[in-house]
Design a protein around this ligand. Structure first.
Ligand code: TMP
Length: 215
């Protein structure tokens, strides 16, 4: 992913990634709570679903049972992302607000590029054409697929359309995330998410403090 260099006073763009059940959303909320207590201006948001249009797209994308062609799925993810960037993320960053976003283009690379086997190049072409903005930091919450699937199985609500994919799909997603992290170690921090929640949170907070120049 190209583009992006923090310029002074612009907010930082932090994204949270991982396979289903990796604990990324819990970690995002924990970090947001801590940063808010420190008085930082924050926008907490997610993809898909960070705008009114995006919430409709999210319902379409995740409804169990409705088949969606893989390329249609990819385009809908980018429709959500484009709207989210222009309506919400870019204005926030320009106003000096830090953005904590649950998933971004790395998810399309992993899920559509590898999970659906569309290839990372196709995803990157859409990103470079319609989005361009790269995160300043991406936290990749990594854990073995069986651990993650067991966590999903304990949730009250049933699995959505993508969560209910076979284990082999989730293994491809995990591998693609790790390959992406190996290719961009300066942006993507791999966090061992099989550890207790508090330990994971401490590692993320320590990194965020450094980035935000809080320590
Ligand atoms: P969530 O579980 O983080 O709420 O994400 C919703 C689902 O959407 C999850 O199964 C991952 C999937 N997804 C993609 O397949 N591609 C994408 O680009 C994004 C942002 C999410």
């Amino acid at each position: 992913m190209r583009e992006s260099r923090p310029v002074s006073r612009r907010g930082l763009f932090l994204t949270f990634e991982g396979i289903e059940g990796s604990g990324k959303t819990t970690q995002l909320r924990r970090l947001a709570r801590t940063l808010r207590r420190l008085g930082l201006p924050l926008l907490v948001t997610r993809q898909p679903g960070g705008t009114a249009v995006g919430r409709r797209l999210r319902r379409l994308l995740l409804a169990p049972g409705a088949p969606i062609d893989p390329r249609t799925e990819l385009l809908l993810m980018f429709a959500d992302r484009r709207q989210h960037l222009t309506e919400t993320i870019e204005p926030a960053l320009a106003a000096g607000v830090h953005v904590l976003c649950d998933r971004y283009t790395d998810a399309s690379r992993a899920y559509q590029g590898a999970g659906r086997r569309l290839g990372v190049a196709t995803v990157d072409l859409l990103h470079d054409t319609f989005c361009r903005r790269a995160p300043d930091r991406t936290y990749l919450f990594d854990c073995p697929v069986p651990t993650a699937l067991a966590r999903i199985g304990r949730r009250k609500e049933g699995p959505d359309r993508i969560e209910s994919e076979r284990a082999a799909f989730h293994r491809r997603v995990r591998r693609a995330y790790l390959d992406g992290a190996a290719a961009e170690p300066e942006r993507i921090l791999v966090v061992d998410a099989a550890r207790p929640e508090r330990e994971v949170a401490e590692e993320v907070l320590a990194d965020a403090r450094r980035l935000l120049a809080l320590s």
